[in-house]
Ligand binder design. Sequence first.
Ligand SMILES: Nc1ncnc2c1ncn2[C@@H]1O[C@H](COP(=O)(O)OP(=O)(O)OP(=O)(O)O)[C@@H](O)[C@H]1O
Length: 950
Amino acid sequence: MAQTPNPSRRSLVGPAPKPFLTPRPERRHLEMRWADGGSQSAARRSGVGAVAGNGGGWGGGERDREVNVQVVLRCRPLSEDEQRANVQSAISCNDPKREVTVLHSLFKQADKTFTFDKVFGPKSQQRLVYDHAVAPIVNDVLEGYNCTVFAFGQTGTGKTYTMEGEMRQKVSELPDTAGVIPRAVRHIFDILEAGKAHYSMKVTFLELYNEDITDLLALEDQSRFPEDRQKRHITLMEDGKGGAVIRGLQEIVVYSPRDIYSLLERGSARRRTADTALNKQSSRSHAVFSINIHVKETTVGNEELMKCGRLNLVDLAGSENIARSGVREGRAREAGEMNKSLLTLGRVITALVEHSVHVPYRDSKLTRLLRESLGGKAKTCIIATVSPSVHSLEETLVTLDYASRAKSIRNKPEPNQKTCKSVMLKDIYQEMERMKQDVKAAREKNGIYIPHERFVLDEAEKKEVEKFKGLYLAEQERRLDFESQNKDLKVNLESWKGKFLDLQEAHCRASMLLREKDFVISNLLCSENSIVEHAKDMRNNLENASGDITVLLSKLAATYNCLQSANQLERRITKAKDMYVSGVQCMKELADTLRQRSIIDAEQMRLNISTHAITVDNFLAMMVSEAEQILDDVLKSTSELNELLAFSAELQQAGLKRSLTSAQAMSKTSIDFFKHIRIHVSRLIKLMEQNQIERSSKLLEFENEFKEICVKDEQAAMNKIAAILSGLTAKKTTMVSAYVGQLNERYSEEQKHLNLEICNLQQISDNGKDESVAYVGVVESQFEEDMSSHAKLNDQMEGILQQCLKKGGHSVSYWSHTQSSLHDLCKSSIMEADDFIEKMIESASSTFSDHLELLNERHSEGTESIRNISSNCLEKDYMANSPIRHRPRELLTNANSLEAIEELRASVPDLVVKFRSENKLDEIDKGKQFSDQRTRTSRSPLMPVNQNVE
Ligand SMILES: Nc1ncnc2c1ncn2[C@@H]1O[C@H](COP(=O)(O)OP(=O)(O)OP(=O)(O)O)[C@@H](O)[C@H]1O
C-alpha cells in the first residue's frame, strides 16, 4: 500500500519552514492516502512535493528481498460454558515444536498436524503473543516499513480478544489481558521516548461493514444538510498504481498512549456487534486500526529527513457457519456478506500461493485494503485463531488450512521513502492557511461563504466536472459497446482458437503418421533387400551342403554296415554276459560240491580208520586170550612138569630152551609185525600229508591262476565295466579264498585228529610190545627159577615138553596162521587205503581239470565280451546319427531357385499400379502426375494418409 511520491513535485519544494514535529492536537478532514500516509496526500493536494530520493538508507538489495508472510496460530481455552458442558478438546498445541495437531483420532481417523511460524496454546498469555509475534514488527514500523498484523478465524475464537483485549486508560500499567493494539501503542511510545526521538503520530480507525467503510473515529455529523453528510461518506479509490486511497477518513494526531486508548475505546464502542449463539459480543465487521508515525532523522547539512512507517492492526469479522451461529434474516445476510469478503480473502491467498497471474484483490473492499499486505511491499503477520472445541472442528480445519497456505505468500517489503521535513511543514502550513480562510469567510457572511478566488475556481471546476461527466458517460457507453463487442469477439476468438487447435492437432497427427509410415517403409525395404541377400547366401550354402551331404551319405552307408555288425556283436556280448554269470554260478556250485565231497571223504577215512582200529583191537584181544590160554596150558604143563620134574628135567630144559627161543622169535616177529604196521601207518600219514600238501598247492595254484585270469580280464576290460568287474572279481576272490581257507582249516583239523588216532595206535602197540617183553622177561626169570628149583623134574618135563612140543607145533601153526591172517589183514588194509587214495586223487584231479576247463572257457568268453563291449561303445556312437530322410538332390530341388528368390523382392511400382487399379484411383486422378516416386511406392496402409496430405 506504500506509494512512491510523485517525482514531478520535487521541484516544487519551497524554503524550509521552522521545524516542529509534535503539532498541537487538531482534527482534519483529509483525503487520506492509505498507502503512504496523510502527509503525502496533503502535500499532493497542496501541490507541495515530497522530497525526492532513493529511500535514504535502504539499498536496492534490501528492496528486492522477498520474505514470507509470518503466520502464527493461537488457540483459545475452552470457555466456561464449554467446560460446564464437558465439551471435548480436539486440538493439541505443541508450542516449542510450533505444531498444532487436530485430534482426528477421536473419530478413529489419523491425526493431522500443521506447523506454523509460532504456536500459542490455550494457556498462552497476551504478553507472550505480543512479545513473540508482534514486537519485531513494531520495530520494523519504526524503521520506516508499512506493517500489518491481522487476526482471522472462526467467530468466537478470540480475534478481538487478541487484537484489543482490555485497555485501562486510567492506570499507567497495562492489564495482563491487554491485546496487541494497546501493547503495540505502548511499545512504540516507549521506544520513541527512550530514544528521545522527534516524531509525530496519527491514527485512523475504520470499519468495513457490508462492503461499506465507516470512520470509527469521526465525530457525530452535525451538518444540517443530508447531502453534506453524504459527501462525507468515505470512499475507497484506486490510485492507479496498485494502491488504495481512502477519501474522507479522519486522521487524528496523538501525543500519548492514553490518547490512543481513548480513541480505541470510542471506536470499538461504535463497532457493530451482536449477540450470536457462538459469541455474546460478536463483531459483525472488519476493523482496521492504523498508526502513522513520522520520525525525524538527523542528516548532514540543513536538510532534515522524516522516516515514516505505518502499522495496520486488523481485526477481521469471524467466518461463521450461519446455521451454527444461529443468526437469522438481517444477521444472516450480514454473515453472508462477511463470509463473502472472507471468501475473497481466501481466494486471494490461494492465488498468491499458487502464483496465479490474476489475483482477485478487486473482488472485495477487504482485499483491496489488504492488497499491500498480501503479496505487496508491507511486512505482514497473520494471527490465525482457533477454538479447541470438538464442535468447531470443521471450521478449525478450514482456518488451519488457510493459515497453512498463507505461509507461502511472499511479500517484497520496501521501506517508505524518507520525506523532507520542510516539505512536510509547508504542506501543513498551506493546509492550515486554507482552513483559516474557510473559517474567516464563514464568519463574515451568512450562509456558506467561500473566498471569491475559490468560488471562481470551484465554479470552473464544477463546469469542468460537468464536462468531464458528459465525456465520462459517453465514454462509459462507448466502453460498454466495446465491451460487448469485445465479448463477442472473444467468444468468436475462443471458438476459432479451438478450431485452430483442433486443426493443428490433426496436422501434427497426420505429419507424425506420415513420418512414421515413411520410416516403416524405408525399414521394410531395407529388410526386404537383406532378406533377398540372405536367401542368396542360403542358396549357396545349400549347394555346398548338398555336396557335403553326398559325401556324408556314403560314409553313413559304411557306418550303417558297421552298425549291423555291431548289433550282432552286441547280441553276442549279451550272451557272453549271461554265460559269465552262469560260470560264476557254476564255480560257486563247484566250490560247494568240493566242500561236500571233502566232508564225505573225511567221514569215509574216519570210518576206515576206526574199522582198522577195531580189527587191530579184536586181533590183540584174540592174541591176549590165546596167550592166556597158552599160559594156562603152560601152567598146566608146569604143574604136570612138577610131577614129571624128575623125568623130564633135561627134556624140559631143552624143550623150554627151544620154546624160549621160539617165543623170543615169535615176540620178535610180532614186534617186527607191529613195526611194519607202524611203518605202514607212518607211510600212510606221509601219503596223506603229501596228498594234503598237493591238494593245498593245487588249490593255491588254482587260486593264483584264477586271480591272474581275473587280473588279466580286468586289465583288458574297458574303463566303463572295469570298476564293476573288479568289484565282482574281488568279491569272488574273497569268497573262493574264504572257502579254500575253510577247507584247509578243516583238512588240518582232520589231519590233527588222524595224527592223534595214529599216536594212540602206536602207544597201544608200544604198550603191547612192552607188556610182551615184560612178560617174556618174567617168564624167563620164572623159567630160570624153575630151572634151578625143578632140575629134578626134567624127565617129567620132557614128556610134558613133548606135549608142549605138540602144542607148540599147534601154536606155531596157529601163529603162522595168525601171521598169515595179519599179513592178509595188512595187505587188505593197505589195498583199501591205496584204492581210497587213488579214488580221491582221481576224483579231485577230474574235478579240478573240469573246473580248469570251465575256467578257460569262461576266460575266453570274458575276453570276447570285453571286445564286444568296446565295439558296442563304437556302435552307440554311430547310433547317434539320425537316419537320413532326404537325398541331397531332393533338398536342392525343394529349395527355392535363385530366380524364385529374386521374385521375393517386392516390386514397389507394380504394387502401386496394382493398388491403384484395384481401388480405381487412376480414373479418379486422371492425368494427375505423381512427382514423388517415394509416395507411389507406399504400401496400401499408407495410401489414405497420403491422399489426405496430397
Ligand atoms: N485466549 C483467550 N483467553 C481467554 N479468553 C478468551 C481468549 N480468546 C477468546 N476469549 C474469550 O472468548 C470470547 C470470544 O472472543 P472474541 O470476541 O475475541 O472472539 P472473536 O473471534 O472476535 O469473535 P467474533 O468474530 O464473533 O467477533 C470472549 O469472551 C473472550 O474473552
